[in-house]
Ligand binder design. Structure first.
Ligand SMILES: C[S@@+](CC[C@H](N)C(=O)[O-])C[C@H]1O[C@@H](n2cnc3c(N)ncnc32)[C@H](O)[C@@H]1O
Length: 199
């Protein structure tokens, strides 16, 4: 099974109008750079886009899955604040931004491409801008599953990504929990909100 074959359509139906992650509000309020421009990496059905565009952000969002892109295109039709692309972490052309969101999405980056992807994300983010996103930890049930393409991180590796950032929030989740589709699994994730200090 590849990531394209994961049950994304069932997932998108389940989360279609779920509220945005509350940390996005924190990240958006910590961003003091203007004009507000955000990138939403792996945007799914657009909960973060809706919140950010409603707050006046220009939002560039992309997702690898055509059904997610279709849902967002319909949801934000005619909204000049929203620009949706069908693209992957690996082939997206990252515009300059002062907020980058990657909510539960960079888990699915091709591991051999991750360092180059991260370099592009960090370069696109303005000095003073905010990153808010999640990384998959090495104790997660999905880590090491050969049927999935995933980038799995130790906490040291996540910390290294932020050597040029001021980490404002760091949450490690290490517990049994449920997926959006109601399956039990062990979650091991790192959620980081951080301000870029230098190039
Ligand atoms: C768990 S969902 C999270 C969606 C959204 N960020 C949210 O919080 O609701 C992960 C998203 O990443 C997308 N995705 C998976 N692999 C990707 C890739 N290589 N490039 C871009 N998006 C990808 C999926 O299509 C899916 O929409």
């Amino acid at each position: 099974m590849t990531n394209r074959e994961l049950p994304w359509e069932a997932y998108f139906r389940r989360v279609m109008f779920q509220p945005h992650c509350p940390l996005i509000e924190l990240a958006a309020s910590l961003n003091t750079e203007h004009p507000h421009v955000a990138i939403d990496c792996g945007c799914g059905t657009g909960s973060a886009i809706a919140y950010l565009a409603g707050r006046g952000y220009q939002v560039h969002a992309f997702d690898a899955h055509d059904k997610a892109v279709q849902a967002c295109t319909e949801r934000f039709l005619g909204n000049p604040k929203v620009n949706i692309s069908e693209a992957t972490f690996e082939n997206y052309t990252y515009p300059s931004a002062n907020l980058v969101i990657a909510n539960s999405s960079l888990f699915f980056c091709e591991p051999t491409a991750f360092d180059a992807v991260w370099n592009r994300i960090a370069t696109a983010l303005a000095i003073g801008g905010i990153f808010c996103g999640d990384f998959m930890g090495d104790k997660d049930s999905w880590a090491g599953d050969p049927t999935r393409t995933q980038t799995v991180m130790t906490s040291d590796r996540v910390a290294m990504l932020f050597s040029q950032f001021d980490i404002l929030k760091w949450v490690e989740r290490d517990e049994l929990g449920m997926t959006a589709l109601g399956q039990s699994k062990h979650w091991h994730t790192f959620t980081v909100v951080a301000r870029k200090l230098s190039q």
